[in-house]
Structure formats: structure tokens, C-alpha cells
Design a binder for this molecule. Structure first.
Ligand code: SAM
Ligand code: DTB
Ligand code: SF4
Length: 336
């Protein structure tokens, strides 16, 4: 299978511009050729360090400078993180993603987070972290602790980046992603739509993601969750079909990657989510909360999976296949 890394902007725009049915048919064919079209990977997020972030990302409720009602908290203690990981595992998640509202981790934090990674991994879950910018040494230390994935999003097109974030540059994101790849970690890298960008700029984000030296193994496509107090609260709502187009083109450009239907699901209808799964989304965040905002409750997701005949993906770990309870719950829903 040859994966391309030389997409032109015009090619990506032409895909986004296809008639909706043609685009969906193409995307679904690519999806079915590379993946089980009825299997969805399930991750749970935990904010291990909430709020008080020095960055100014215009979408983010955790930036200290915006008055969003999110209170700054200290790094969670190891035991509390492990309790939450166990809960997520027994609810059926196979990957546990730990997020921190940092520009970058301080060296004294690295050992604490490394211990969390080691212990979560020991439960038999895949591990993911999103902690801001990393040095090569930090990425290597997390890899040594057993980290599987590092999430670091490009977030938006290079030419729109400066309108959304002023405290770092697009190139900084690329530098961290390089350290992550060099460390042998898998990358989880995507972006946000619905921030007032144009379709051409959405094409720019997809082009930048697909032309990275390796396609990210996981590509989260977030729909902006508008939070009162952030500069982007009140932005015109993106046409839901544009969101589906984003998923479809991500699937076509990065055929072997997992495309995650990420933030914004709580505000989406079941029908819209089903279209996203048809267009090639095969991963979700599962559990009532993302980092600080809401996500569909697990009952609703189990019922949706059952209605669509979707099964949660199992994960191979050294100790054998982890059988997620969500599979059982979905079967029960299907039988009901
Ligand atoms: N501080 C680190 C960083 O920015 O890389 C890690 C945590 S940060 C909250 C992780 C990602 O969450 C961001 O890159 C962004 O894509 C997403 N995100 C944050 N706020 C969001 C919102 N309101 N709606 C959708 N996605 C959001
Ligand atoms: C990603 O792309 N989306 C997730 C995860 N990676 C870290 C975060 C979404 C955050 C939504 C806003 C919040 O809950 O604070
Ligand atoms: Fe900080 Fe990350 Fe939020 Fe930006 S997205 S303000 S870096 S927590």
C-alpha cells in the first residue's frame, strides 16, 4: 500500500468540493478497503492538570487569560489517575489519554507523568498523553515509561494559525511532532474546525496533516466546542455537512490512519455521527467528559453502536486481547 505525502492544496480542495454523495462513496470505499467498517476504537480522556494555561489558544477554556469558569488545579495525584483509568477500563475503553493544560511539561513533572504512564500501561490499557510541547529528551523519557501515543494537534491551517494562537507558532508544533516520531511514539495529530476558517483553510489543515513525514496513526477531527469567555464563543456554526466532508477527506488522504470523531459529539445528532462513521471515522472519545467539556454519556454511545451494528475495537496487549465490557453492553443493547 503506498501512502502519499505530496498532496497539493488544489487536490485537497477538489476533494472537499466534490458532490456530497460522490465524496461519501469514495471515502467509504477507502475506509472499507483499509479497515473493518463496523469497528470503532474507544479512548477515554482525563484532564490530569486542568486550567491555568499560559497559552492563548482562542478556542480553549483552559487558557488562564480567559474567564471561562474553569478553575486552575494542580497535577492530579497518581492514585486518583489510576482510579479513573480503572473506571474507564471497566466501562470499556481500551486507551487512556491523559491531558495537561501546559505549554510544555516542566522537568519536575516528567517523572510524575512517567509514573502515571507506567501504571496505566500495567493495567493493560494503551496509553496516550497530551502535555504541550516536548523536547527530545522528554519524548524519550515518556517512551521509556511505556507511552504508546502522543497527541499534539496542528489545529488549523498554517495560514490561519496566527489568527487563533499568538503564543507559539505552527513550526513549534512540527518540531514537537518530530521529537515524538524520533522517540518511536505513535502520533495522534489532527485539528479543529468551526473556528471561522474557510473551506480552503480546512483543506490547508488536511494537506499539512497528510504531508507530515508519516501520516499520524490517529487523526482527531474536533468540532469547536464553543465555551463562553473564549474569543471564539459566538462563532457562526459550521454546516454539519462540512464536518462530514472533513472526515471523508481525512479518510481518503490518510487511508491507513484511525480518524477520530473527536470533540463536539455531544452537540451532534445520532444521524450526523452515523454519517461520520460511514465517511470513515473509526475512533471516538468515550465517557461523560472530554477534558473540561461534556461528551455523550456512555449509555447513549452504547445504544448508538448497537443501532448501527458497530462493535468497539479490541486491543492486543502483551498479556493477550483485552475484552472490553462495552462489547457486551453493545450486544445487550442490540438484543433489546
Ligand atoms: N496543552 C496541550 C496542547 O495544547 O497541545 C494539550 C491539551 S489541549 C486542550 C489538546 C487539544 O484540545 C488542542 O490541541 C485542541 O485541538 C483541543 N481543544 C481544546 N479546546 C477545544 C475546544 N473548545 N473545542 C475543540 N477542541 C478543543
Ligand atoms: C483532541 O484532539 N481533542 C481532545 C484531545 N485531543 C486531547 C480534547 C478536546 C477538548 C475539548 C475541550 C475540553 O473539554 O476542554
Ligand atoms: Fe493551553 Fe493546550 Fe488550551 Fe492551548 S489548547 S490554552 S496550550 S491547554
Amino acid at each position: 500500500m503506498s501512502l502519499r505525502h505530496d498532496y497539493t492544496r488544489a487536490e485537497v480542495e477538489a476533494l472537499l468540493d466534490l458532490p456530497f454523495n460522490d465524496l461519501l462513496a469514495r471515502a467509504h470505499a477507502v475506509h472499507a478497503a483499509h479497515h473493518d467498517a463496523n469497528a470503532v476504537q474507544v479512548s477515554t480522556l482525563l484532564s490530569i492538570k486542568t486550567g491555568g494555561c499560559p497559552e492563548d489558544c482562542a478556542y480553549c477554556p483552559q487558557a488562564a487569560r480567559y474567564h471561562t469558569g474553569v478553575e486552575a488545579q494542580k497535577l492530579m495525584p497518581l492514585d486518583a489517575v489510576l482510579d479513573r483509568a480503572r473506571q474507564a477500563q471497566s466501562a470499556g475503553a481500551t486507551r487512556f489519554c491523559m491531558g495537561a493544560a501546559w505549554r510544555s511539561p516542566k522537568d519536575r513533572d516528567v517523572e510524575k507523568v512517567a509514573a502515571m504512564i507506567r501504571e496505566v500501561k500495567a493495567l493493560g490499557m494503551e496509553t496516550c498523553a497530551t502535555l504541550g510541547m516536548l523536547t527530545q529528551d522528554q519524548a524519550d523519557r515518556f517512551k521509556a515509561a511505556g507511552l504508546d501515543y502522543y497527541n499534539h494537534n496542528l489545529d488549523t491551517a498554517p495560514e490561519f494559525y496566527g489568527e487563533i494562537i499568538h503564543t507559539r507558532e505552527f513550526a513549534d508544533r512540527l518540531d514537537t511532532l518530530e521529537c515524538v516520531r524520533n522517540a518511536g511514539l505513535k502520533t495522534c495529530c489532527g485539528g479543529i474546525v468551526g473556528m471561522g476558517e474557510t473551506r480552503a483553510q480546512r483543506a490547508g489543515l488536511l494537506q499539512a496533516l497528510a504531508n507530515l513525514p508519516e501520516h499520524p496513526q490517529s487523526v482527531p477531527i474536533n468540532r469547536l466546542v464553543q465555551v463562553e469567555g473564549t474569543p471564539l464563543a459566538g462563532t457562526a456554526q459550521l454546516d454539519p455537512f462540512e464536518f462530514v466532508r472533513m472526515i471523508a477527506v481525512a479518510r481518503i488522504l490518510m487511508p491507513a490512519s484511525m480518524v477520530r470523531l473527536s470533540a463536539g459529539r455531544a452537540e451532534m445528532s445520532d444521524e450526523l455521527q452515523a454519517l461520520c462513521f460511514f465517511a470513515g471515522a473509526n475512533s471516538i472519545f468515550y465517557g461523560e467528559k472530554l477534558l473540561t467539556t461534556g461528551n455523550p454519556d456512555t449509555e447513549r454511545d452504547q445504544a448508538l453502536f448497537a443501532r448501527l451494528g458497530i462493535m468497539p475495537m479490541q486491543v492486543e496487549v502483551e498479556s493477550g486481547t483485552v475484552h472490553a465490557d462495552i462489547a457486551e453492553d453493545c450486544r445487550e443493547h442490540a438484543a433489546a
